[in-house]
Every structure is written in C-alpha cells, then in structure tokens.
Design a protein around this ligand. Structure first.
Ligand code: MN
Length: 357
C-alpha cells in the first residue's frame, strides 16, 4: 500500500501541475500565442499535450522509484523542478513574456539535469526515466528562445507598422448613425470600429517582415491560409461590405438590372433567392452576388472568412451574416436583418466592382 502511494502521489502532483498550467494558458493560447513568430521546427499544437502527458507519467514514476525504496533525499529537487515547470506557464503564458519564460526554462533545465545526476548514482532507473524529459526540455528551450529572439524583431516591426501600416481602415463614406434605424450607430461602432479594425490590425501584424508585405489584399487572400487567410479575407470582405452600403436609396443601374433579370429571371426572383440564402446560411459566413469570367451572375454563400475570389468569381456585393453584424439591432432575428439590409445596398458600387460595365 505504501508502495502504491509512493508512485501515485508524485504522478498525481505532476498531472495537477500540468492541468493548472494548461488552465493558465487559456486565453493566451487563443489571443496571443497564435500570432507569435515561431520556429519552423515547432511541432503541431496537438503534440504538446501528448508529449506532456507521457512525460508527467515518467517523471512521476521516477520519483516513485526513489520513494518506494524509502529514499526521500531527492524529493526537494523533484518538487523544485515541478515548481519551475509551473512557473514557466505563468511567465510565458500568463505574463506573456517569452523572456521570463526563457529564464524559467533555463533554470528548469539545470534543476532537471541536477536531478538526473543526483539520482544516477543512487537509482539509475529514476535517472533514465528523466532522460526523455530532459531531451524535450532542451527542445522546448530552443522553441522558447526562438520565440524570444524573433518576436523582439517583430515587436519593432509591429511598432513600425503602427506608424505606417500597409493596410488601413477605410474611411466610411457615411456617418456612423446614417444607416439608422436599419443599422444602428452602436452596430457600426462595434462592427466597423472594432471587428473590422481588428482584422486589419492582425493582417498588418502577420505580414510584417514576410513576402506577403509586397502583395495587395486580394493577392494575400488568394495565396494565404490559416490565421493570415482568416484575417486578410475578413479585411477584404468587410471592405466590400462597408463600401457597398449607403443611407441613400439607390435604384439598380440599368445595365446591371438587365443582367440580373437575364440570370435570375426577375429582380423579385433575385431578391427572394438572395434573402433566402442569407437567412438560411448555417453558422457564420457571407452571401455574395458574384460574376464569373463570362460575366454570368450568381448568388454564392460562403462559410466563415471565405471570399468569392477563392472560387474564381468576382464579388460585386455582399451581406455579412456573422452574428456580430446584426445581433445588437436584431438579436436572433437574422431574417429581419437580411430583409432590411436589402434597402442599404449601394447598387452603383456593385456595378462599379463588375468587370463587365
Ligand atoms: Mn463582420
């Protein structure tokens, strides 16, 4: 029974520290960590919890091997390394400081190495069980060091792009309250002033010091993926969206009107199809009026940040059906928002975007 606890307690402690650490990582893992410049040898995110669950088991058994033989001399060293391990999560993720994280992990390297040296002479098995941990820590030290060094540079790059960012928030061609009551000033303040702005800021930050810096927003959307694609495409989508609405009721210019009637049968048909598609799109996304390379018009629903240019189509007009676009004014009534939105469409802008006008 004593033997059971000798193994059980250190394993439990190691996992408790692991869980507490991952709890601390929380928001930083979503808001901060994905935007850091990382080593090309950085493993996929899923590798970390897998590696750590194996390592915590090994280091727990290692301490158990000592304790089961009644040797408690090394316990202090073992607890010290566990505390440093936890402290690293605090420094790196909670304080978001790769520098303090690096200091912590270097101290951890020393403590773990000391543990191995100390146990090697007493219980070689305990020392061997720590070897994978030591190797992983050396790798983790490199990853942390890489992040520290390379994000110093990008911090100054970010500071530069703040003074001269590549992309900037387009100025609204109407005042923030001009679209009321269909779209409130509050919605514009949040949707344009915060959501749209964040996508542009993130895009600027992500392209700093990369080949994407030389590209137009459209080229980035066509050639990127992952976090950069999401932010660049959302920047482009919102640009088309906010430029494409107006407080002044517009009639559809004759040339575009003819094309809509030709491709949809009638204006009413088009309106109905557009409204139904926008109301029915499940989850977050956009609905577009787009044209193909022959000028044929179609209604295209897209998921999340996707844009027609990824489907070889040219976007003319769109509606944002992410909840942030209508929730303040319409709560869950997306259908009402979509119907009202039809009165805001700037048809002159839609025609101006066409390559066939
Ligand atoms: Mn939006």
């Amino acid at each position: 029974m004593k033997k059971f606890f000798a193994y059980f307690i250190p394993i439990l402690l190691a996992y408790a520290v692991g869980f507490l650490g991952s709890y601390i990582q929380g928001e930083a893992l979503v808001e901060w960590y994905p935007f850091l410049v990382k080593s090309p040898y950085s493993p996929p995110a899923i590798a970390f919890p897998i590696a750590w669950s194996i390592l915590y088991l090994l280091i727990g058994i290692s301490a158990g091997t000592m304790l089961a033989k009644g040797d408690v001399s090394v316990l202090r060293l073992w607890i010290l390394q566990l505390l440093l391990n936890f402290l690293w999560s605090v420094m790196f993720f909670a304080l978001r400081s790769p520098f303090l994280g690096l200091l912590c992990i270097l101290a951890l390297d020393v403590a773990v190495f000391a543990y191995i040296v100390y146990t090697a002479g007493r219980r070689p098995a305990a020392a061997w069980l720590f070897v994978p941990y030591m190797l992983w820590l050396i790798f983790a030290t490199y990853l942390n060091g890489y992040i520290y060094i390379n994000n110093q540079k990008s911090r100054s790059a970010v500071a530069m792009t703040i003074s001269s960012p590549k992309f900037s928030l387009p100025i609204l061609p109407y005042s923030a309250d001009a679209l009321e009551p269909i779209m409130s000033k509050e919605t514009i303040d949040y949707h344009y002033g915060k959501h749209f702005k964040t996508y542009i800021d993130n895009t600027n930050r992500l392209i700093a010091g990369t080949p994407y810096e030389a590209m137009t927003l459209e080229e980035i959307v066509e050639n990127s993926d992952g976090v950069l694609f999401n932010n660049a495409a959302q920047s482009l989508n919102h640009q088309i969206y906010f430029e494409g609405i107006t407080p002044v009721q517009k009639v559809i210019p004759e040339r575009l009107r003819k094309r809509i009637i030709h491709d949809f049968g009638s204006i009413d048909n088009f309106n109905k199809q557009f409204i139904d598609t926008a109301t029915g799109l499940f989850g977050s996304g956009w609905v577009w009026l787009a044209e193909d390379s022959n000028g044929k018009l179609s209604i295209l629903p897209t998921k999340d940040a996707d844009n027609p240019i990824r489907h070889e189509l040219n976007p003319l007009m769109c509606i944002d059906v992410w909840e942030h676009a209508y929730y303040l004014d319409y709560k869950n009534r997306r259908a009402d928002f979509v119907k009202e939105y039809m009165n805001l469409i700037d048809w002159d802008k839609a025609l101006a975007r066409s390559k066939y006008n």
